[in-house]
Design a protein around this ligand. Structure first.
Ligand code: PLP
Length: 430
């Protein structure tokens, strides 16, 4: 366990902000030792600001918790949550393997230097090309998602004369309390094998000359705050028989608002390990694939307030929106906001933080109390590290923001801002 450094002495920033964040001597928000106003000035807005030490600490927390309770394990970064070269590198440096869900994520992970033997390929609709790329790269395990996946991979492995370790992903019929768009463990899911199909796959794979079935995978959903479904999933997969490897996915929730308190990583790991020891045995290789719980709270997005409009509501419109954080529009996800040069000022006005896009639904945070917001203010929304950069897009031809890593007061640009040239880079002109 590491200390609870989320709230710096003397500040009232909640646990939603990156660890080590504080209000500095100038009264400004500080992330990774860097003043948010200076970051906005230097790198422009919007900008994703990542506290590198927060990222590293959370990676170590998973490794330490699992390492303390189980002998044979690996922690994999579910890279869909923040597929950025610098993030792959930092998490690999902390000792994590990684899970990829497409040829693109695989290419990026390899380019970042991730060890292919510790890369796991997922996907409910993997293409022949993606399977071939994974085989050629020598990825550790491919997670099969359907009988078609089995057939296709077996044929490519035969053609390349390779033997590949595989897991089968099952839908254990267990789902947690989360938005239906990110619930995956229920029987009626596009992901994974039903138990009947899984039994057939196990039989087929037993006779395969090119695929070696080593175990089972289950991921029941994302942003889960209860531990019971994780325990239930372990009990459910035990019905399929005994295997050397169990990959129990990700799913642990992250706090987006101060009122949210997900279980501690150590408690989550203990629940899973206890269930594994009870029903599968202590000798199994156990893999976990956290995404959100690793990266969500590492990051704060800084925006500039462009306009403030008062009609029925107070609309504080910023220079980003659904192009850099789609989650509020996809899932109604709640976010907080503060103004970076007066983060502790008591807000009196209930504000709707609107984006700049041509949709009325483009609202980043609702009913946020802000202290006299005005154009030119730098506004910060915390907990944007997971599925923010990952889901970013170019709606309204808005260039995607840069990513800046901050550590001990130094800031380094790890992804530059997109340019108008980038927007046209794929055009093929006569
Ligand atoms: C197979 C798999 N593993 C891991 C994850 C990561 O989930 P989370 O970000 O909730 O930890 C996902 C998310 O969709 C997933 O599909």
């Amino acid at each position: 366990m590491i200390d609870d450094p989320m709230i710096a002495t003397g500040s009232q920033l909640s646990h939603v902000y990156p660890r080590g964040s504080r209000v500095n001597e100038r009264g400004h928000l500080e992330v990774g030792g860097c003043d948010a106003l200076e970051l906005a000035r230097e790198f422009g807005t919007p900008v994703y600001v990542v506290a590198e030490d927060d990222l590293r600490a959370r990676a170590r927390e998973f490794i330490d918790a699992l390492g303390a309770q189980h002998r044979d394990y690996d922690v994999l970064f579910a890279s869909k949550a923040f597929p950025c070269t610098a993030v792959y590198r930092v998490l690999a440096d902390e000792g994590l393997g990684c899970d990829v869900a497409s040829g693109g994520e695989l290419a990026l992970a390899l380019r970042a230097g991730c060890d292919p033997r510790r890369i796991y390929l997922h996907g409910n609709a993997k293409s022949t090309a993606e399977l071939r790329e994974a085989l050629e790269a020598g990825v550790g395990q491919i997670v099969l998602d359907s009988l078609h996946d089995c057939e296709r991979l077996a044929a490519i492995a035969a053609e390349l004369d390779r033997r590949q370790e595989v897991l089968i992903r099952v839908t254990p019929g267990v789902s947690g309390d989360t938005h239906r768009a990110i619930s995956t463990g229920q029987a009626d899911s596009k992901f994974g094998f039903s138990f009947d199909d899984a039994r057939e796959a196990i039989e087929r794979l037993a006779g395969s000359s090119h695929l070696t079935l080593v175990g089972v995978h289950a991921h029941i959903g994302s942003q889960l705050f209860e531990l019971e479904p994780f325990r239930a999933a372990v009990h459910a997969v035990a019905e399929l028989g005994e295997f050397p490897v169990y990959n129990l996915g990700g799913g642990l929730g992250a706090p987006y608002t101060a009122a949210q308190h997900p279980p501690a990583v150590a408690d989550y790991v203990e629940t899973i390990v206890t269930a594994v020891h009870e029903v599968l045995g202590a000798d199994k290789r156990l893999l976990l694939e956290p995404g959100r719980a690793l990266v969500a709270n590492s990051t704060v997005t800084l925006y500039a307030v462009e306009t403030v409009k008062r009609n029925v509501s107070t609309w504080v419109a910023v220079d980003g929106g659904m192009s850099d954080n789609l989650r509020p529009m996809l899932y109604g996800a709640a976010y907080e906001a503060l103004i970076a040069d007066r983060p502790l000022a008591v807000g009196e006005e209930r504000c709707q933080i609107a984006g700049k896009h041509c949709e009325s639904g483009d609202v980043l945070a609702r009913d946020v109390l802000l202290p006299a917001p005005a154009p030119g203010d730098v506004l910060a929304t915390p907990a944007t590290g997971a599925y923010g950069y990952a889901l970013a897009n170019n709606y309204n031809c808005v260039p995607r923001p840069p990513v800046v890593f901050c550590r001990e007061g130094s800031a380094r640009l790890v992804v530059r801002r997109e340019t108008y040239q980038d927007l046209a880079a794929r055009d093929v002109l006569e």
